[in-house]
Design a protein around this ligand. Structure first.
Ligand code: DON
Length: 304
């Protein structure tokens, strides 16, 4: 497949689109990003890298980090995880509180904020220095030691994170948060602040396209069954209340973040990451979704 030609064509087409959405400004530090950035990186199953635009510039991965924290804790504690968090799509926005009360503090899935906060709590329970452990894990998988937390972004989110504070306290009232809410929020804001490029992200997610095995080292990070489950979660919950539309139009498991990043995987074929900071009304990258819809349309291949 001529992936380089395909992503070049898509890049040129998508750049012409008029309705490009709005940059996230509820975290003031994020609003400082140049809204016109646009990059694509695709890595095939032989680890060839195809890229265009701002594919090597670091950006805030935000909620994409939820896949990584979930996978890490799942690899550590296995199916015990599902006692604390569910695996159903929520059909609600990423920071919604409504389901928690009548579902007794068990978040629908680990990719909505409520679920990611429970995962953050589990990270504190199971790792002595979770921030350091998480970063080391990500650096190893992406083979890039320059990947780091952005303290300013984490701080900026902490100063404005009233909804996440409400969520973590509410879940704690159901006894589904074990640590102090401030400590859970601290890990969560840091994990969201991680910065990397489209190329790093595509490389990192290869493990999910390769049955849980890191392609280069052959390290089995997740079992085949665990990998299936993480991918199923990405398919059902990766885009919140737009997960159905993403599945309908793109047909790949994926995850978005309010920094404008989107990553998707085609198991046994490729991983692809797109970055463009302007978001649609559901908080997902406008260009990102347009790019991926074109990719599976032009290549006539998706998991369906
Ligand atoms: O919790 C928040 O508001 C952010 N740090 C992460 C949100 C996010 O990326 C949602 N995804 N589209």
């Amino acid at each position: 497949m001529e992936y380089q030609k395909i992503i070049n064509t898509i890049f040129d087409e998508v750049k012409q689109l008029k309705d490009k959405g709005n940059i996230a400004d509820y975290i003031p530090e994020l609003a400082k990003v140049n809204a016109n950035k646009f990059g694509i990186a695709l890595i095939d199953n032989e680890q060839n890298i195809y890229k265009t635009g701002d594919a090597n510039e670091h950006f805030s991965i935000q909620s994409i980090s939820k896949v990584l924290s979930t996978a890490l804790i799942f690899s550590k504690i296995g199916n015990e995880l599902w006692k604390r968090v569910g695996f159903e799509p929520s059909g609600n926005s990423f920071n919604s509180l409504v389901q928690l009360e009548y579902e007794n503090g068990i978040p629908r899935n680990p990719f909505i904020n409520a679920g990611a906060l429970v995962i953050a709590d589990l990270m504190l329970e199971h790792f002595e220095n979770p921030k350091e452990y998480f970063l080391t894990f990500i650096r190893e998988l992406a083979e890039n030691n320059t990947i780091n937390y952005n303290e300013k972004v984490a701080q900026s989110e902490r100063e404005n994170g009233y909804r996440n504070a409400a969520l973590v306290n509410f879940i704690k009232s159901f006894n589904n948060i074990k640590n102090h809410p401030d400590d859970v929020l601290d890990f969560y804001f840091y994990q969201c602040s991680i910065e990397m490029s489209c190329e790093d992200l595509a490389k990192l997610f290869q493990v999910f396209a390769n049955n849980g095995i890191v392609p280069k080292s052959k390290f089995q990070f997740l079992t085949t069954s665990q990998c299936k489950r993480i991918n199923a979660l990405m398919q059902m919950c990766g885009f919140y209340d737009q997960a159905g539309e993403f599945t309908f139009k793109v047909g790949l498991p994926g995850k978005s973040g309010v920094g404008g990043g989107v990553v998707a995987i085609f198991p046994n074929y490729y991983t692809v990451a797109v970055w463009s900071p302007k978001l649609n009304k559901k908080g997902n990258s406008y260009y990102g979704l347009e790019t991926l819809e074109r990719l599976t349309t032009i290549t006539e291949a998706s998991i369906f």
